[in-house]
Design a protein around this ligand. Sequence first.
Ligand code: EPZ
Length: 441
Amino acid sequence: MDKIRIIGGRPLKGQIYIGGAKNAALPLMAASLLTDEPVHFRNIPDLADITSMAILLEHLGVDIGQGMDIDTTGQLSVPTPLMKFHAHHIKTTTAPYDLVRKMRASILVLGPLLARMGQSVISMPGGCAIGTRPIDLHLRALEALGAEITLDEGYVHARAPKGLKGTTFTFPLITVTGTENVLMAACLAEGETKLINVAREPEVIDLANCLVSMGAKINGIGTDTLVIEGVDRLSGTTHTVIPDRIETGTYAIGALMTHGDVTLLNTKLDMLPTFIPTLQDAGAIIEELPNGLRVSSTGRINGVDIMTEPYPGFPTDLQAQFMALMCTADGASMITETIWENRFMHVPELQRLGANIIVHNASAMVRGTKKLSGAQVMATDLRASVSLILAGLVSHGETIVNRVYHLDRGYEQVENKLAACGIEIERIKGEPHEPEDKRVA
Ligand code: EPZ
């Protein structure tokens, strides 16, 4: 298992190109199952989770290819690979445990397979480090569309022999992949489907926009209610994946933590409506640029309270990183996690670096300390791992982050991007890692 070694104390200075959003690319890849025509995507990031989804789609019969492409939309500063997903012939509708267990978002093939093929058997994804990760709302919504769903020996058996029928369904709580799964299914359902209390994350909007470019009829994109008029079939398209707002926020935090000066390119300010003002309250100077943003520091880090919420609230996927920032703030910060029941596993690791944090149920009280000291720490999940990297940037001496396979699921070449900005950081190669029954978020 690889490790990452950091010598703390240097400011983050330079340019970082932000990759395509992992949590947009995953549902977009699943959407290729909805049509027998080829779908082309630009700006798909090179990440372990993307590879896991590609392996699952190939298992189902999707032909996947890659070529280079100069983006004609002008949205990207650098040429990116153009990936082709062609579900011309689906050879199986079964998603087996050994593929699904590697990445929970595999559940996103359920809705498209059900809509296109009238059936699907998919392993229950199971929980992961940050929580039980239920899918009950995915299933209830699909049943409302007329699917017959049974659970047997750890598998979801879903059937809709006569096709799916439009309906009105209200989500009792906001679920990102739940919204995405049912939105994709509703595009091929008969008649009108009204989905109420849907997730409004930019990744959901990106999926909806791509589906419309494939011929889907969707109204209300970006609001909490989507109205979908089912169509008989969808066509192919070419779509550019939106930038990764979580990667953007992560490096913005790194710039403030180290009192550096970083230009983040191929990204947008408006995808983080709550996070950006919060980071400014914490002491960041943020300048919007034509193709990104520049982040520098006022010289202070102020203690700021946060509470994670569905979009447009503070993203739960930036909670761990923000906590690392607050560890060296001039003051205290109350951090409340409202989305996941177990998303404070970075706390004991940050405490090993000298952080002063006390957890009470869903809240953590962080009292900023002048100095952290480098140590061996253990990554436990994707976002916790990058929060330890950030803390290592400002820890005195050497920090070794173990089990960085978690990091590789969601961050492309972290050590190279940070090293290019003046950080003393290196990856120490270990033996290949196959997470035996280590379910991941
Ligand atoms: C998506 O997960 C993201 N993953 C997560 O990012 C992110 O943390 C999460 O949304 C919240 O923003 C992807 O998009 C691939 P939810 P998802 O369904 O869809 C409960 C990362 O680090 N719930 O919005 O699985 C659930 O327990 C990952 O990139 C049900 O009760 O999250 C949670 O409390 C981690 N029943 C809340 O809803 C359901 O059927 C929100 O979960 C579904 C969800």
